[in-house]
Design a protein around this ligand. Structure first.
Ligand code: DP6
Length: 345
């Protein structure tokens, strides 16, 4: 007998960035963060989890190739999920003992995994929810975020659609370091995102390693975590609640620049943005100034690719301008995504 469940989890792109951990084992962050979940029609991971008394070992397959499942992060997620399943089995002795069976997990991304497009976020969110569904766990997305966070910090935000905050929490065990919904996608349904792929190559410095170097060496980062981000989280929540695009855009671009300034302040310095990235920054500024209002906002994660947020009414001027330019900027490729739909299993 084989038990099975499948789910999708979309990519999320932070507008107030997570960078820095106070606990590297539990992925507990030094500051809260806030993101927009992209539509699962665009960039997402699809995962099927199955278990059976006949399976000889836990296995994980990504885009058709077998993956190492023994990593501490994946193991932490499996351990937590099996533990929750055990409680379900203890409460109902007639329920099958799925927690004792081996798991086979198969995942597929509909975007290039190595392209630095937040694949770990969607990947761990989908893994955790697929197993939670398989186990019929009575857990809310916020409860599951505690587990997905241990896979990859940013993954905790991909359990929700729309506008999502990850509160840093204060407890050493991470029990209050959780994601919650700031607003559903339907609250601001005309939000759009275009992803400009400057390079699909794997990044030189992984976010996990880079953020630890920053924590260890950057004084600017201390200032960011203590004095900059807390106010920005509040202001960003207000901008989302009030659907204030100009405020959303200013906070987004400033936070991206502040994060990359902290990377440059790291010893040795880390550079994720390149000349192509900086051309996208200039292009956004030019689009805004010729529009006479703020119509687009850029943000960069730990790589050179730009994510540009805009409202549907400015599709032509923003996405259109970038599209027209893509041919001129060698190596660019556009991918459109909407910030729509709540991820549902
Ligand atoms: C720049 O979540 O990939 O994208 O917790 O070590 O897996 P780990 O790091 P990860 O870092 C993401 C960093 C970021 C900003 C963000 O998504 O908030």
């Amino acid at each position: 007998e084989i038990y099975r469940a499948s789910t999708y989890a979309p990519v999320n792109i932070a507008v107030i960035k997570y960078w820095g951990k106070r606990d590297t084992k539990l992925n507990l962050p030094t500051n809260s963060s806030l993101s927009v979940t992209l539509s699962q029609d665009d960039l997402r991971t699809h995962t099927t989890a199955s278990c059976s008394p006949a399976f000889p070992a836990d296995t994980l397959t990504l885009n058709g190739s077998p993956q190492d499942i023994s990593g501490a992060r994946t193991q932490a997620c499996l351990r937590e999920l099996r533990h929750l399943r055990q409680s379900v089995e203890e409460q109902d002795p007639n329920t099958p003992k799925l927690s004792t069976m081996k798991l086979n997990i198969t995942s597929g991304n509909n975007f290039p995994t190595a392209a630095g497009l937040a694949s770990s976020a969607a990947g761990f969110a989908a893994l955790v929810r697929a197993i939670a569904d398989l186990y019929h766990l009575p857990a809310t997305p916020t409860e599951l975020s505690r587990i997905a966070r241990q896979g990859s910090g940013s993954a905790c935000r991909s359990l929700f659609g729309g506008y999502v905050a990850w509160q840093q929490g204060t407890h050493p065990d991470g029990s209050d370091s959780l994601a919650y919904e700031v607003a559903p996608a339907s609250h601001w349904p005309d939000m759009r995102a275009v992803i400009l792929v400057a390079s699909a190559e794997k990044k030189d410095v992984s976010s996990t390693a880079g953020m630890q170097q920053t924590v260890a060496t950057s004084a600017l980062f201390q200032h960011r975590a203590e004095n900059v981000v807390p106010q920005r989280i509040k202001a960003m929540e207000a901008a989302v609640h009030g659907r204030d695009f100009a405020a959303f855009a200013q906070l987004t671009t400033r936070d991206s620049n502040n994060f990359h300034a902290c990377c440059a302040d790291t010893d040795p310095p880390i550079f994720y943005m390149n000349d192509t990235s900086r051309a996208a920054v200039r292009m956004c500024e030019a689009i805004n100034s010729s529009a006479g209002e703020v119509v687009c906002a850029y943000t960069f994660d730990a790589g050179p690719n730009a994510v540009v947020y805009y409202l549907a009414e400015h599709e032509d001027v923003v996405a259109g301008t970038f599209k027209a330019l893509l041919g001129g900027l060698s190596g660019w490729e556009g991918k459109r995504g909407g910030a729509v739909k709540t991820a549902e299993s």
